[in-house]
Design a protein around this ligand. Structure first.
Ligand SMILES: C[S@@+](CC[C@H](N)C(=O)[O-])C[C@H]1O[C@@H](n2cnc3c(N)ncnc32)[C@H](O)[C@@H]1O
Length: 230
């Protein structure tokens, strides 16, 4: 499972109303996550991408706490959308105005499993060693080490909403691709129950997995079908 549900931040989706009372929203999403758990394979992975906002910062943490009886939280990955490095910054984000809050440059990616013991293919998304002497010294056979749990995946630069098919909140294709590759099962079957314009399905196809998407809005689903048939 790789999915990004609506975050309840009053985004303008075409069909879905993203402005529920917080208690209703959490109850709804916990119910859906329980159903995801029901169909998740015993050695499956459930990657849940969610973020809060400056004024609703608790929601992702409320959600993940409520999922504790139903899943093991095997990894908590931070998706970094933009980062300031010495004298430079890379990536895009929506700026936060005023004087109270910092710009929000990251989102959560919770990796949930049934047992907490699902074997992953960490090197499938590994990075080369910085210090090559570590390869022999630490007994590695390949010049690859685990990438860790901070994933820098910037959005590509776009000039119009049309370039994201008029959907307010797609994630970059690299995000689901890394999830599927990290899970590391050949011929994986990937479900995205909030498929939007089909980014997870495109990622599944790109890495040789099979994908199933569920999407409420007919136009987003039509875009997904079009992209998949293109
Ligand atoms: C955050 S977006 C997902 C975007 C997707 N990851 C992409 O890259 O296009 C959440 C999606 O969930 C859809 N949605 C909301 N409620 C739904 C429901 N009950 N069943 C299926 N889809 C739903 C919305 O229409 C929206 O497209």
């Amino acid at each position: 499972m790789v999915t990004s549900p609506p975050y309840n931040l009053d985004l303008r989706y075409r069909t879905y109303r993203d402005d529920r009372a917080e208690a209703d929203y959490l109850a709804w999403l916990v119910g859906i996550c329980q159903q995801i758990g029901r169909v998740l394979a015993p050695d499956g992975s459930f990657f849940l991408n969610i973020a809060g906002s400056s004024t609703q910062p608790w929601v992702p943490f409320e959600l993940i706490t409520r999922l504790r009886p139903h899943f093991a939280l095997q990894n908590h990955i931070t998706w970094v959308k933009s980062i300031a490095l010495e004298g430079d910054s890379v990536g895009h984000y929506k700026p936060v105005g005023g004087t109270r809050f910092l710009n929000r440059n990251h989102e959560n990616l919770f990796h949930l499993t049934h047992t907490g013991h699902v074997v992953l293919d960490r090197l499938a998304i590994g990075v080369p060693f910085k210090d090559k002497s570590n390869i022999a010294r630490r007994g590695h056979t390949r010049d690859l080490r685990c990438r860790g749990d901070s994933w820098f995946i910037p959005y590509r630069t776009i000039r119009s909403k049309q370039q994201r098919h008029h959907h307010p909140a797609p994630f970059p294709q690299t995000l689901p691709e890394w999830c599927i590759r990290l899970h590391g099962k050949p011929d994986a079957l990937v479900l995205d129950p909030f498929a939007g314009t089909g980014t997870t399905l495109l990622a599944a196809r790109a890495v040789g997995a099979r994908g199933i998407g569920i999407e409420l809005d007919e136009e987003y689903a039509a875009v997904a079908r079009g992209l998949l048939s293109g």
